[in-house]
Write a new protein. Structure first.
Length: 258
């Protein structure tokens, strides 16, 4: 997790090291260079006598708390449904919303949270359902799981029965009232999550926020969402989405005019 970012939006950042390639899953705000930190900390040290392994940043989706740091990576992968938004620096779709009180130590003198933007980033790889990201000795399979956003993905390490779930599911209330959220898609994604558990394909979930949890909790979170996604929930989510959309458009117009 990012130091000095003290917020409920602080996302988990996962480094998965392979024999031929390293992968960073989600990249945080990007107020400081994550690749520089990983190198300085020795976390990207190659095997003795070998050159540095390629480093790929994969965004589980383009929301600002996961995609802001993509600018610091040479290789970036994102689902094709959100590639255009990332490439044009669409901070409405990135739901950029950052306050001064959330950043305990600004990255530089004169920095202001209200000026923070996810910069345009050109993806070097577009992901689709079923794609496999090979690290050499381990493989991550892309599962397109829309609902929270239209390009949300999970990455499934089938051999180790690990699911990197992004914001598709974490141990908290699922958010389905943002721009490009869709409840019917979320229900279908939750059904897929439950099927993974039923088939014994997931034992550990490494989510986009909060703590790691197991298969039983995954099943419960997914089934609870489905059971609550009735008419009242849809009406409430629609109202919240309208408010969020207006607030984001106002915020983005103010930043654009600075």
């Amino acid at each position: 997790q990012e130091r000095f970012y003290e917020s409920g939006n602080r996302a988990n950042i996962w480094l998965v090291r392979g024999s031929q390639r390293d992968v960073v899953i989600d990249a945080g705000l990007g107020l400081r260079s994550l690749p520089d930190y990983l190198r300085a900390a020795g976390l990207l040290a190659p095997a003795e006598g070998a050159g540095p392994r390629p480093l790929l940043a994969v965004a589980t989706h383009v929301h600002f708390d996961h995609s802001g740091g993509l600018q610091h990576f040479e290789e970036v992968a994102v689902h094709s449904a959100e590639a255009a938004a990332l490439q044009r620096g669409d901070n409405y779709e990135a739901v950029t919303w950052l306050s001064e009180r959330e950043v305990a130590r600004p990255p530089r003198p004169g920095w202001r949270a209200r000026h923070f933007r996810v910069p345009p980033v050109r993806p070097t790889r577009l992901l689709q359902e079923g794609d496999v990201i090979s690290l050499g000795d381990r493989q991550l399979t892309v599962m397109h799981m829309p609902g929270h956003s239209r390009g949300s993905i999970c990455l499934h390490d089938k051999d180790r029965k690990i699911l990197f779930s992004g914001d598709v599911v974490y141990d908290g209330s699922m958010i389905d009232w943002l721009p490009y959220s869709r409840i019917s898609d979320y229900v279908a994604s939750c059904q897929r999550l439950m099927e993974l558990v039923d088939r014994g394909l997931v034992e550990k979930v490494l989510p986009g926020h909060f703590n790691i949890f197991g298969a039983e909790r995954l099943y419960r979170l997914a089934s609870n969402y489905i059971s609550q996604a009735g008419v009242c929930h849809k009406v409430s989510a629609c109202a919240m989405r309208s408010i969020a959309s207006i607030a984001l458009r106002i915020t983005n117009s103010r930043v654009a005019s600075v």
